[in-house]
Design a protein around this ligand. Structure first.
Ligand SMILES: N[C@@H](CCC(=O)N[C@@H](CS)C(=O)NCC(=O)O)C(=O)O
Length: 213
């Protein structure tokens, strides 16, 4: 498939953050080729190293360039292929929230969650260091809950790419059975709302996990 004379290829690893990129491409109605890789012993297969030496997913190929890092790929797609959709421009009153949550998703929320998950697997849930890490997760969830109590979406009144970035944090928490989200009323309302979007459903139709982490 081609877009603007170029071919977008999304390199997706089963049960991973690359779901974000497929979801965004579906939201924006972009034509793309999807290449899906199965995990090997939970990790990315060596074949991803042939696409980019980082060897992780997601990766996006646009013409001659391969881009790594999900947040960068999301910003690239909305800025260069989105024609102003699903983003807040610098002069928007919602720009700071958009920018903040777009980056918080990977920079703080998911990186801390991944560390906590790894520590729990190695040290067990009773270890004090693991419990400390879980307290930090609870703090993140409380901050998110407070934000979503006063606005429908992370950047304000409109669904944006910041919601796509943040959603995978909750997907990861749920798939790792890290927390029970049911006590977070506004957060669960938001989760249900964004996952009911047709583009999310289309993403799940092609990228639903085939194996547990
Ligand atoms: N911060 C990076 C994280 C990339 C990353 O670690 N991806 C995971 C998938 S969720 C991966 O490829 N894991 C397999 C591995 O590291 O072997 C991003 O957002 O793209």
């Amino acid at each position: 498939m081609s877009f603007g004379g170029k071919v977008l290829t999304i390199f997706h690893l089963d049960n991973s953050r690359s779901e974000r990129i497929i979801w965004l491409a579906e939201e924006l109605g972009l034509a793309y080729e999807l290449q899906t890789f199965a995990r090997e012993n939970r990790a990315a297969p060596a074949a991803l190293l042939d696409i980019h030496p980082i060897g992780t997913a997601p990766l996006l190929r646009d013409g001659a360039r391969v881009i790594m890092e999900s947040g960068a790929i999301v910003e690239y797609l909305v800025n260069c292929h989105g024609q102003g959709r699903l983003m807040e421009p610098v002069m928007s009153p919602h720009y700071i929230d958009y920018l903040q949550w777009l980056h918080f998703a990977e920079g703080t929320a998911l990186s801390a969650m991944s560390r906590a998950f790894g520590m729990r697997m190695l040290l067990g849930a009773e270890c004090p260091a693991v419990q400390n890490a879980m307290v930090r997760q609870q703090r993140t969830l409380q901050v998110v809950e407070r934000e979503l109590a006063v606005r429908p979406y992370f950047a304000g009144p409109r669904f944006t790419a910041a919601d796509i970035m943040m959603e995978y944090y909750f997907t990861a928490l749920e798939r790792a059975s890290m927390v029970d989200l049911h006590t977070y009323e506004h957060t669960t309302r938001w989760i249900a709302m964004v996952r009911s979007r047709p583009a999310y459903q289309r993403m799940m139709a092609v990228a639903a996990p085939t194996a547990a982490l």
